[in-house]
Design a protein around this ligand. Structure first.
Ligand code: COA
Length: 160
């Protein structure tokens, strides 16, 4: 039984993240999307809201679960008996940071392997910061996020 974890801040989850989740769920028996609580970022959505938004977006996938973690990612991986960490690589600019993180995690625990998946190229320029900015400034972002996230962002940043 191969269990993979897909960690991130998910503030909020985007269609790019979902694309990675869909690829991962085809490769592994169980995928746990795990939302980071102790991120250095200052999220717009609380941890409870981010979890709920991820849950709403992945409920159609039978082998995907949603969870949260704090502390070291490798400790969490052990707790849930996961052997794989999934990370998305959108462009070469992601590489340095991801490479560093994967090597640190491997140093911390040699039994846990990071697997990089490339989302569809139509999502290469997407990240959560861009989505939040579009929502705040009332730009068009409907195609970039799941419907439940679009609704939550519209409520968070209503047109005056
Ligand atoms: N599509 C769209 N956007 C994507 C994406 C995809 N497929 N993949 C990543 N992104 C975006 C995210 O939205 C995020 O954008 P933002 O910065 O504008 O919010 C950015 O790329 C990267 O963020 P994310 O994937 O959420 O990861 P993160 O860098 O916020 O999370 C943790 C990193 C939480 C996994 C990492 O810090 C961690 O493991 N922390 C625990 C502590 C630890 O174990 N440290 C030792 C290891 S170094």
């Amino acid at each position: 039984m191969k269990t993979a974890i897909y960690p991130g801040t998910f503030d909020p989850i985007t269609n790019g993240h979902l694309d990675v989740i869909e690829r991962a769920r085809d490769l592994f028996d169980v995928v746990i999307v795990t939302v980071a609580t102790n991120t250095a970022k200052t999220p717009v959505f609380s941890i409870e809201e981010r979890i709920e938004l991820v849950q709403g977006a992945v409920e159609k996938f039978s082998n995907v679960r949603v969870d949260t973690f704090s502390g070291l990612l490798v400790d969490y991986a052990h707790q849930v008996k996961a052997q794989i960490i999934i990370r998305g690589l959108r462009a070469i600019t992601d590489f340095d940071y991801e490479f560093q993180m994967a090597l640190v995690n491997r140093k911390l625990d040699k039994d846990i392997t990071t697997v990089f998946l490339m989302p569809h190229e139509k999502y290469t320029y997407l990240n959560s910061t861009i989505i939040r900015e579009l929502a705040q400034l009332h730009g068009e972002y409907r195609d970039f996020v799941p419907e439940n996230v679009h609704m939550a962002l519209q409520q968070r940043f209503p047109r005056k």
